[in-house]
Structures are given as structure tokens and as C-alpha cells.
Design a protein around this ligand. Structure first.
Ligand code: C5P
Length: 234
């Protein structure tokens, strides 16, 4: 898979999500989309099937974290939805990640890409220390979790674009980095703190950028999407 822009469908329900996708109906390039907990829990697996049937690639962002047996069986269910990418928390440890891969692999040997969340970008080093009793630095924690994911056979991690280069150094250039926290140089940051532009994310080496509000809340979402593609893919 080459570099791509993943548009986050952070909508409360089917109607809003499909109205947004309808804007792209006449476009040649169908956006790769991310369905997160909000839309999935509101609408269930039917929304995944419906968007897939419209020809979009799907990153199902449900961030699984449970005992290995439960994750294995759940991943088998998600795999049957024919999504292209799904994810879990690396904090579930290698045993859980390996079980997830087993569950995800279809009888014909194919499977969606499996990506690990290392530490959420909303978690600070201070909270890691005070509440999770992790005394290592954020950088070391992200590097070790990424290495555990790679050693377990996963395809990559979700990380800040600013972490993408050292994750590649740690896990090899083919280990995928999927990076949210993207803003255009001339737009507001919203609640994201560690942000960068699509062009800069390309320069650093991200494989996929995840973009929500800069596209979904734009006055002209198609123009905003095309600008991301222009800066990041072209
Ligand atoms: O609107 P915005 O571009 O900030 O949306 C970014 C998307 O990426 C959201 O769906 C958010 O949940 C997701 N995400 C993130 N940071 C992470 C993991 C996921 O912003 N560490």
C-alpha cells in the first residue's frame, strides 16, 4: 500500500456520515476513511458494510484491549467485515497482539493491516508517571511499545507525526506509521497539540495521515481533501 490520506468520519450517526461522503460522489478518488468508536457504536457493523459497498477503504479504529482470547475472537468478527485496517492497544502486550493477528487472518491467508496504539497522544509523560507508574520517558515508551508490536508481527503503529522518524529507526522503514494531528499551515489547531502539516508529515516519513476536522469542518471539504492529497501523496 502506498501513502494515503485517511479522512476521520467523526460523525454521530449514519445520516451525517453519508451526507459527507455524498459530497465525494462525483470524485474519481474515493477517500480512505476512518470509522471510530462514535460512529461504530451508534450504527453498528451495518455502517461499515454500507460505506465499504460505496467503494471506500476503511480503517476501523476501535482500539481493542482485552484478554488475548477475547481479542482473537473479536478480530475474527472484524476481519469478516472486510475492513482494510484495524487497531488495538500495544499495552495489551505481545500475547494479545499475536492473538489479534491470528484472529484477523482469514481462511485464505489475507487479513486487514493491524496497527498498534502506543501511548495516546492525550497522555502526558507526567500522567504516565503519576497514574500508570511508568517512569520511562514518552519516547522510550513509544519506542518499546512499537518494537513489541513489530516483534509480534503487526504492520505498524498510530503515533504523532513527530514520532514517525524514530519509530522507523527502531522498527525498520517498512513498519507503517499512521499519524493524526495534521493541520494546514494556515488553520487553527483545535484541541490537537503536537501537530504538523501534510507536507511536513510526508517529509518526516508518515505512511498514512489521519485528518478529521481540517476536512470535515472545512467550508469546502473536497478542496480540503484534495489539498491534503496534493501535499502528502503527490
Ligand atoms: O479532527 P482531527 O484531525 O483532530 O481528528 C483526528 C482523528 O484522529 C480523530 O478521529 C482522533 O480520534 C484520532 N486520533 C488522534 N490522536 C491519536 C489517535 C487518534 O487524534 N493519538
Amino acid at each position: 500500500m502506498g501513502k494515503d490520506v485517511i479522512t476521520a468520519l467523526d460523525f454521530a450517526g449514519r445520516e451525517q456520515a453519508l451526507a459527507f461522503l455524498d459530497l465525494f460522489a462525483a470524485e474519481e478518488r474515493k477517500p480512505f476513511v476512518k470509522i471510530g468508536m462514535e460512529l461504530y457504536y451508534a450504527e453498528g457493523p451495518d455502517i461499515v458494510r454500507e460505506i465499504k459497498a460505496r467503494g471506500h477503504k476503511i480503517f476501523l479504529d476501535l482500539k481493542l484491549h482485552d484478554i488475548p482470547n477475547t481479542v482473537r475472537k473479536t478480530m475474527a468478527v472484524l476481519s469478516r467485515l472486510d475492513v482494510d485496517m484495524c487497531n488495538l492497544h500495544a499495552a495489551g502486550t505481545s500475547e494479545m497482539m499475536k492473538a489479534a493477528l491470528e484472529g484477523l487472518t482469514r481462511p485464505d491467508g489475507t487479513r486487514p493491516l493491524l496497527i498498534a496504539v502506543t501511548q495516546l497522544t492525550s497522555t502526558s509523560e507526567q500522567r504516565m508517571k503519576d497514574e500508570l507508574l511508568i517512569n520511562a520517558t514518552m519516547r522510550d515508551t513509544v519506542a518499546v511499545y512499537a518494537r513489541n508490536a513489530a516483534d509480534s508481527g503487526l504492520d505498524g503503529v498510530v503515533c504523532s507525526p513527530l514520532e514517525a522518524s524514530f519509530v522507523k529507526e527502531e522498527c525498520g522503514k517498512n513498519f507503517l506509521t499512521v499519524t493524526p494531528g495534521i493541520r494546514f499551515a494556515d488553520s487553527a489547531g483545535d484541541d490537537q497539540v503536537r501537530i504538523t502539516t501534510p507536507a511536513k508529515a510526508k517529509e518526516i516519513g508518515s505512511d498514512y495521515i489521519v485528518v478529521g476536522r481540517p476536512i470535515t469542518a472545512a467550508a469546502d471539504p473536497i478542496a480540503a481533501y484534495k489539498r491534503c492529497v496534493e501535499e502528502f501523496v503527490s
